[in-house]
Structures are given as structure tokens and as C-alpha cells.
Design a protein around this ligand. Structure first.
Ligand SMILES: *[C@@H]1O[C@H](CO)[C@@H](O)[C@H](O)[C@H]1NC(C)=O
Ligand SMILES: *[C@@H]1O[C@H](CO)[C@@H](O)[C@H](O)[C@H]1NC(C)=O
Ligand SMILES: *[C@@H]1O[C@H](CO)[C@@H](O)[C@H](O)[C@H]1NC(C)=O
Length: 314
């Protein structure tokens, strides 16, 4: 297969062949960055200062992508270099400050780079899960609009909006799977904070940027559970598709049914297909090899750990 260069793609885009170029020139060796975050306080397994839950790595690997860990506390120059080498970014769940942490700093830097790239016809997708969803909302709104909800360990059925069926995220889902998503409690919610429908609707920046695909309620407050940007390949889920296949803590809200596992795969596969539309690459095979997560080993944290395996970084 011909591996198009960035220059070729840029030339095709300049010739207004962007859409056609994207369809023809899929990158079947996508590499996705997963952003690390500050260690959880009191994590007895921690080595170094930051981690990535292995479930997010497996999630992407299971859908045909390789993963590069993006370390926190690096220079903007280093981040720009990584950005130009990878095909998409995943912002995982966790528990850090969405305005002051090094995780939030790196997320903002990549977000800005992604806006600029996409504006120039360079398709660069971002996926946010749980905290990643919240982080994207804080960046887009330029403030934290989250509110406490009773959603710490509960599986919920999605209330899809009319826009969901024609959305990029869901339109490729098998019909019976969408039916399961609507009817059965199969999306895992493990969050204390949510973006309420009320705050979303009152914020012009968020409303203009994101199309709401699903909502949920904790019985008192209605919150946004899935959204995609109108004009950018940015996607956010407040729930955890990856847990159904790759996390095993025995708690309410953990669902391992066939349908839940299928949802895990279809969301990952969708995002990886978005990354395949991007042609960034490392400057050499050796540089790519040094960056991949295969250089690190996950640590087993025990059957009752919220993340069964973590990667740790200095
Ligand atoms: C990295 O962390 C140290 C200590 O927290 C801080 O002083 C430094 O400014 C950080 N560097 C970057 C690039 O964020
Ligand atoms: C709206 O956002 C504010 C923060 O700006 C927060 O204090 C409040 O609880 C939120 N209200 C709802 C209903 O989400
Ligand atoms: C299933 O979801 C509904 C909300 O639609 C919720 O009220 C109920 O508690 C959930 N059931 C379980 C067993 O989690």
C-alpha cells in the first residue's frame, strides 16, 4: 500500500481534494496518544509521578491502534513534536484538577494544536472519557461548569437525542446494539461531577461547539453523557466504554454483558477509524519505536483495584 506523505496530503488538500484524499488515503497503522496524569494520592503501587490506566491502552489496541504514552510536565515544543507524530489523542478518566494539573495543561496544549490542525484540513481526532469529557468541557467553556451528581458506581441506559442516530459516533453502530444502549443499563458511570443539561444550554461556547448525543439523570439532575463537536472530530463520553472489557473490580455499575463489551469495541473502533484519517508519523521508525508504550510494562494492582493494571512514568 502507498503510504502518503503529509506533503502529498497537504497538496491534495490545497487542490480541494481533501475529502477524496481522506477516503482514499487511510492510515492503517494509526498511533494514538494517551495522556498520562498525576498519580492518585496514596497509590501504593505508584512508581514515579504519573500513570495511565492500562484499560485505555487495551481499548485502543483492541480496535487496531498502537499507543504512545504522553507524559505530563513536558515542554510545549516536545508536545508539538509528539502531536505531529501521532494520529489522535485520548484523554482518559481519573481524578486530577481540571484547571491546575499538569494533565490539564497538556490537554489544553494538544487541544489548541488540534483546533489549528483541523482548521487547516489536517484531520486530528480527540476522544475524552469521563474526566476526559469533563476536561474537554472545561477547555471549550474556558471555565468549570461541572456540578456534583449521584453517579459514582451505576450503570445507566443512554437517553439518546434525536441527533444521535445520524451522529458520527453512533451511525455505524448495529441497530440492535443501539437498542441495547437505550433499553439496558450497560454504560458504566463512575463520576462525582457532571455537566448538567442546564449549564450546557446556558453556555454559548459549549452549545455552539458540541452536539449532544445522549443525556442521563441521577434522579435529580439531567446531565450530558455523550457529545461530539459539530465542526471538529472531537468526541466525549461521560461513561466508561473501556471498563466493560478491561476492568474487573466487583462493584455496582460494572457491566460485562456481551452488549456492553460490543459497545466498548464499537466506540473504540469508531475512534480508531477517525485516527486512520490522519497521516502524521514519526520522523523515523526508530523514533516511533522509542515512543510506543511497548517500552513500558503495566503493574498489576490487584482484583479490587479501580484500575486493574496501570502504567507508571517518572
Ligand atoms: C515540571 O514540574 C516542575 C515541578 O512541579 C515545575 O517546576 C516545572 O515548571 C514543570 N515543567 C513544565 C514544562 O511544566
Ligand atoms: C453550573 O455551574 C456552576 C459553576 O459555574 C456550578 O456551581 C453549578 O452547580 C452548576 N449548576 C448546574 C445545575 O449544573
Ligand atoms: C437503571 O437505570 C435507571 C435509569 O434509567 C436507574 O433508575 C436504575 O437505578 C438503574 N438500575 C440499575 C440496576 O442500575
Amino acid at each position: 500500500m502507498c503510504r502518503p506523505t503529509a506533503a502529498l496530503c497537504a497538496a491534495l488538500c490545497a487542490a480541494h481534494l481533501c475529502a477524496a484524499a481522506r477516503i482514499q488515503l487511510l492510515n492503517h497503522r494509526p498511533v494514538i496518544g494517551v495522556l498520562a496524569q498525576e498519580n492518585l494520592p496514596g497509590d501504593q503501587f505508584a512508581r514515579g509521578s504519573s500513570y495511565i490506566a492500562a484499560s485505555y491502552v487495551k481499548y485502543l489496541e483492541g480496535a487496531g491502534a498502537r499507543v504512545v504514552p504522553i507524559r505530563i510536565n513536558r515542554t510545549e515544543e516536545e508536545y508539538a513534536n509528539i502531536f505531529n507524530s501521532i494520529n489522535g489523542l485520548l484523554l482518559p478518566g481519573g481524578d486530577v484538577d481540571l484547571q491546575k494539573s499538569q494533565f490539564s495543561r497538556a490537554a489544553r496544549i494538544f487541544y489548541r494544536l488540534a483546533l489549528k490542525a483541523n482548521d487547516g484540513g489536517d484531520h486530528f481526532p480527540i476522544w475524552g472519557t469521563c474526566q476526559g469529557f469533563q476536561q474537554l468541557s472545561v477547555i471549550t467553556a474556558h471555565k468549570n461548569l461541572l456540578t456534583l451528581t449521584d453517579t459514582k458506581a451505576v450503570a445507566l441506559p443512554l437517553t439518546l437525542t434525536p441527533a444521535a442516530l445520524s451522529s458520527r459516533v453512533f451511525r455505524g453502530f448495529p441497530k440492535d446494539l443501539l437498542q441495547s444502549l437505550i433499553e439496558k443499563n450497560i454504560t458504566s458511570n463512575f463520576h462525582s461531577w457532571s455537566l448538567s443539561v442546564q449549564n450546557f444550554s446556558r453556555n454559548a461556547k459549549l452549545k455552539r461547539f458540541y452536539k449532544v448525543l445522549s443525556t442521563n439523570s441521577d434522579g435529580k439532575k439531567e446531565f450530558i453523557s455523550t457529545m461530539e463537536a459539530y465542526r471538529y472530530p472531537f468526541y466525549a463520553v461521560q461513561w466508561h466504554p473501556e471498563k466493560s472489557s478491561f476492568e474487573w473490580i466487583d462493584k455496582p455499575g460494572m457491566i460485562h454483558s456481551t452488549a456492553a463489551v460490543a459497545v466498548c469495541f464499537y466506540t473504540a473502533s469508531f475512534f480508531v477509524s477517525e485516527a486512520m484519517k490522519n497521516q502524521h508519523h514519526f520522523s523515523s521508525a526508530a523514533e516511533e519505536e522509542r515512543a510506543l508504550i511497548y517500552n513500558f510494562s503495566p503493574v498489576y494492582r490487584g482484583a479490587d483495584a479501580i484500575f486493574v493494571q496501570n502504567y507508571y512514568f517518572d
